[in-house]
Design a protein around this ligand. Structure first.
Ligand code: HEM
Length: 459
């Protein structure tokens, strides 16, 4: 069976997975509790769980969680093997399908190999520097407006506020600023879809998250489909309008269904990841006031007035800001684990991994390996200066993945982080109460359970 055939036939892939479960007895590990396996232990403390298993079983081990047997491969060599995938051994579609397939079908992470390459090439026009400049204009305006409404003095829950701001920013930079009365409906539908993608109950029964997610998808599909002809006629610089004009290699336009699927997927891929990374970044800046000051000095040395928009051409000058943001994502990568399914048999570190095995790599674990990151729990952006970065294994730092499926929005994410920091730290000082350590949940995407209490005051 060819790789392409396997990734397109979910039924047979399922059979293959079941068969491979029996064939995984030689991989170190255990099945955990009857029925639930390791699900609850994993949910309670994903980072500790992986670390304990690595200590007990080594860098290749087997677990049973969420009704699936998985083989985890740890460390930079594993990341390189799976992400670079030079031999086309791993399907991303069959890895992510369980989580994302129902609500975000045919998004880029749910396509493989040649088909994926064609779609990715068609989409990449929306991330070239011309369109990026117009997204930045929207981000500059939206962030300045959003921050002006945040309270000065007193305790302020950062996480819900940045989640809302990121959604508002996506509405303008992704969809354009003329959404009108449908804006709130589209936002609500989208939030329901994102929440459902990580729901424990996967059946779309009424009253469940998945049920609301499926209804949300119907709203989004209807909205995007109606809008496509209008956007094609009217033009526009937002991401949606860019995709409406995107074309295949032969010059023909993407189909309506493709545009709808890619748009929904892009919004999902951007939303929680940006929210999570900006939250851990602001927490680190508040917990490390010396670094907050270093970054502020860099901003003030730019020779621009504080309230001005940050120009696209000056983003690369924010070197320390970028290092400080990267270090926050090292400590709390927004996508802590990346799933795949093996579509060919392979061997890694002496272990045979049969076709159909669900495989996961773990950026969260790699980002805390003491042999790669001395004193791994310490926040130290200097780890990302040019020399230190060059000396490290290329796959030691993988918050955006790597290889063919490397995050398409990486530059967008860095741009939004820099634009946000520019407006935030020029105007405000962020602090936390002495001794305050928010309780982070690392699953499914890192977030502070209490919303992250900070205080903002004029800088
Ligand atoms: C800090 C923010 C972000 C992080 C940490 C992040 C992380 C990731 C990771 C780890 C992957 C690869 C998953 C895999 O290989 O299985 C990925 C893929 C992707 N991301 Fe992001 N992402 C971020 C923001 C964004 C944004 C803002 C967008 C869009 C504007 C975006 C769009 C995508 C897309 C389309 C893919 C699929 C690429 C492909 O399969 O070819 N991401 N992202």
């Amino acid at each position: 069976m060819s790789v392409q055939t396997l990734s397109n036939r979910h039924g047979s892939a399922h059979d293959l997975r079941a068969a491979s479960a029996r064939a995984l007895a030689h991989i170190p590990g255990d099945d955990g509790w009857p029925i639930i396996g390791h699900t609850l232990t994993l949910l309670a403390d994903p980072k500790g769980f992986v670390e304990r298993r690595a200590q007990r079983y080594g860098p290749v081990y087997r677990t049973r969680a969420f009704g699936q047997i998985n083989v985890t491969l740890l460390g930079p060599e594993a990341n390189e093997l799976v992400l670079l995938d030079s031999q086309k051994l791993f399907s991303s579609a069959l890895g992510w399908d369980i989580l994302l397939g129902r609500l975000f079908p045919r998004g880029l992470m749910l396509l493989d190999f040649d088909e994926h390459r064609l779609h990715r090439r068609a989409l990449s026009v929306a991330f070239k520097s011309g369109p990026m400049q117009s997204y930045l204009a929207q981000l500059n305006a939206g962030i300045a407006k959003g921050l002006a409404q945040w309270p000065r003095g007193g305790q302020f829950k950062f996480y819900p506020a940045i989640k809302q701001l990121t959604l508002d920013l996506a509405a303008t930079s992704f969809l354009g600023d003329e959404l009108g009365p449908e804006l709130e409906t589209v936002k609500r539908a989208f939030i329901a879809m994102v929440a459902a993608s990580i729901a424990v109950i996967r059946v779309p029964a009424p009253g469940t998250r998945m049920g609301r997610g499926v209804r949300g998808r119907a709203v989004i599909v209807d909205y995007f489909t109606r809008q496509i002809p209008l956007r094609r006629e009217r033009g526009g610089e937002d991401l949606f309008s860019q995709l409406c004009r995107a074309a295949w290699d032969d010059g023909s336009l993407l189909s309506d269904a493709d545009i709808v699927d890619h748009m929904s997927f892009l919004m999902m891929a951007a939303h929680d990841t940006l929210t999570s990374s900006l939250t851990s970044f602001v927490y680190q800046l508040a917990a490390n006031p010396n670094w907050q000051e270093n970054v502020r000095q860099e901003l003030r040395g730019m020779g621009l007035a504080a309230g001005e928009p940050i120009p696209f051409a000056r983003l690369d000058d924010l070197v320390l800001t970028e290092m400080a943001f990267k270090e926050a994502m090292r400590l709390a990568p927004p996508v802590p684990s990346l799933p795949r399914t093996a579509v060919r048999e392979l061997e890694f570190m002496g272990f045979r991994i049969p076709v159909g095995t669900r495989v996961a790599i773990n950026p969260l674990y790699t980002h805390h390996m003491a042999e790669l990151w001395p004193e791994p729990e310490r926040y130290d952006p200097m780890r990302f200066d040019v020399e230190a970065s060059r000396a490290r294994h290329k796959f030691a730092y993988v918050p955006f993945g790597g290889g063919a499926h490397m995050c398409l929005g990486l530059n967008f994410a860095h741009m939004q982080a820099k634009c946000f920091t520019w407006h935030l730290l020029n105007a405000l000082e962020v602090s936390i109460a002495p001794g305050y350590h928010p309780d982070w949940s690392m699953w499914p995407i890192p977030y502070p359970r209490d919303g992250l209490e900070v205080t903002l005051k004029p800088a």
